[in-house]
Design a protein around this ligand. Structure first.
Ligand code: NDP
Length: 505
């Protein structure tokens, strides 16, 4: 194995060989569309390449689905719903969801390596994604019988309120947690009794296709359909399809607005999990090493490609120098490199487009007087600079209304603000269009509780970050979305209420 003291050529060959071997072992053979329980070619016969962001080499050629394919998938989903799936009892669905979890766990190593190849996330984090994906199916298997039915009697009137599935739902997911987002969407939709058409992101279609292959043995034909392709060509017709009864989307706020407009054409119910620009508030009483560890995880986990990333740091002036020194040291010690290696902390971003987008923000931040306390560019290393890497970056000195502070960069970039007055700090912390998440670091319960309530966001961590537990609803305030995932509330987003008013008189 090549080490950092080896020549660039040796290190490059080492990475290439490791990735070639892994790709040979785990890239799925079937990368066409998955419709009606079969892998099938798209009507137009076109394909597109999915790239390994570590090496920038092509991993696989994948079917480029368009409207005709979306129509076929929606039809297949309805047929499955009407002929079979709607007849399945909650108990049947519970068994099937449990089997899906089993099959994910049985193939965990393969799925994790595939995710790392296609997305670039460190293998240690990909394994967490795979475990969490299986956990989604187990959680919704556990609550599948919660039908939420009610009855009311009043004189000769006997009323029943029942929940019914929508039938066919459309689900569009992003590239930052490809398998995990597929499971966040599929598990509640199936638990509630729906059939689905899932569109993965063009950058990372492989784990959804592999999952489809695994589900083939477990789920009746047509219940889960996967249409790969581009947003404008496949996602757009899917989310405006008149026979789709519910649309669920995770991705950028800009596309979320478009999806909502599409759904409005047919007055289709929609849930959206969108962007974030979450504040992490650090009080003066913190244990500095512990705070540094939490802040580092909050922003650099998954290379900063997390909707909930803690990307704006509000640190109390009394501890600011120590915390910032600690962060610079932590960044120095981070292992940036091949995400297939166990020791790697930070892998590449998902694509060259995402690198360029991040670098544009960094350039604009520097032009506006931002000072890089760490990072600020691609890594200064011949081999790493050939992949989609960006250095972990700390910026101080920006005005809070600068685009780099207001907008979702979706990279390993943290903007720092010092504070002394709580009210002024909180006003800034809430001065963004987003409201997905927030973090509070302090051992003082009273101020922790106050800050958690004052941050305008749907999910607040106190003295932790990123740990999401099924059962605790996740979703955004403001432009971060509509609806909640990960909880019993999510089942209700996938079914509709029917009232039956029976006169016994
Ligand atoms: P998008 O929001 O474009 O992608 C999310 C999904 O939407 C993908 O499957 C995409 O397809 C699909 N999509 C795109 N256009 C349409 C459309 N008109 N109708 C229906 N579906 C569509 O994210 P990007 O990949 O473009 O990333 C841009 C930025 O968005 C990132 O830099 C980041 O800031 C943010 N983002 C936020 C995420 C979050 O979870 N909060 C996740 C991903 C991105 P396809 O990829 O095939 O084009």
């Amino acid at each position: 194995m090549a080490s950092h003291s080896d020549s660039a050529e040796d290190r490059r060959n080492d990475v290439m060989e490791r990735h070639r071997e892994a790709a040979d072992a785990v890239v799925p053979e079937r990368t066409s569309l998955y419709i009606g329980g079969e892998f099938t070619e798209p009507a137009g016969g076109e394909t597109f390449a999915t790239i390994d962001p570590t090496t920038t080499q092509e991993l696989a050629s994948v079917a480029r689905g368009r409207e005709a394919d979306v129509n076929r998938a929606v039809e297949a989903a309805w047929e499955a719903f009407e002929t079979e799936w709607s007849e399945h009892s909650p108990g049947d669905r519970q068994r099937i969801l449990t089997e899906i979890a089993d099959v994910i766990e049985a193939n965990a190593d393969e799925l994790a390596r595939l995710e790392t190849l296609d997305n670039g996330k460190p293998i240690t984090e990909a394994r967490i994604d795979v475990d969490s994906a299986a956990e989604q199916f187990r959680y919704f298997a556990g609550i599948v019988r919660e039908n939420g039915g009610e009855t009311m009697t009043e004189g000769s009137r006997y009323g029943q309120v029942i929940s019914e599935p929508y039938g066919v739902v459309a689900q569009v997911i992003p590239w930052n947690f490809p398998l995990l987002m597929a499971s966040w969407k599929l598990a509640p939709a199936l638990a509630a009794g729906n059939c689905t058409v899932l569109k993965p992101a063009e950058q990372t279609p492989l784990s959804a296709l592999r999952l489809a292959g695994l589900l083939d043995e477990v789920v009746p034909d047509g219940v889960v359909n996967v249409v790969t392709g581009f947003g404008e060509e496949a996602g757009d017709p899917l989310t405006r399809h008149p026979d789709v009864r519910k649309v669920a989307f995770t991705g950028s706020t800009a596309v979320g607005k478009q999806v909502m407009t599409n759904a409005a054409e047919n007055v289709t119910d929609v849930t959206l999990e969108l962007g974030g620009k979450s504040p992490v508030v650090v009080f003066s009483d913190v244990d500095v090493p512990k705070a540094v560890q939490l802040i580092t995880a909050a922003i650099f986990y998954n290379t900063g490609e997390c909707c909930e990333a803690g990307s704006r740091l509000f640190v109390h002036e009394d501890v600011a120098d120590d915390v910032l020194d600690g962060l610079v040291n932590a960044i120095d010690e981070m292992e940036i490199g091949d995400p297939l290696r166990e020791a790697t902390d930070l892998g590449p971003k998902v694509s060259t487009e995402q690198v360029d987008r991040t670098l544009e923000y960094l350039e604009a931040a520097q032009d506006a007087g931002g000072r890089f306390l760490a990072g600020g560019d691609r890594p200064d290393d011949e081999v790493l600079s050939e992949g989609c890497y960006v250095e972990p970056t700390l910026i101080e000195g920006l005005e809070h209304d600068h685009a780099a502070v207001q907008e979702e960069i979706f990279g390993p970039v943290l903007e720092v603000f010092r504070w002394t007055d709580y009210e002024t700090m909180m006003e800034l912390a809430n001065d963004v269009d987003y409201g997905l998440a927030g973090g509070v670091i302090t051992d003082d319960v009273t101020q922790a509780n106050r800050a958690a309530r004052d941050i305008e966001a749907g999910y607040i961590w106190i003295n932790s970050y990123h740990d999401l537990a099924p059962g605790l609803p996740f979703g955004g305030y403001k432009q971060s979305g509509i609806g909640r995932e990960l909880s019993a509330d999510t089942l209700d987003h996938y079914r509709q209420t029917k009232t039956i008013n029976l006169s016994l008189g």
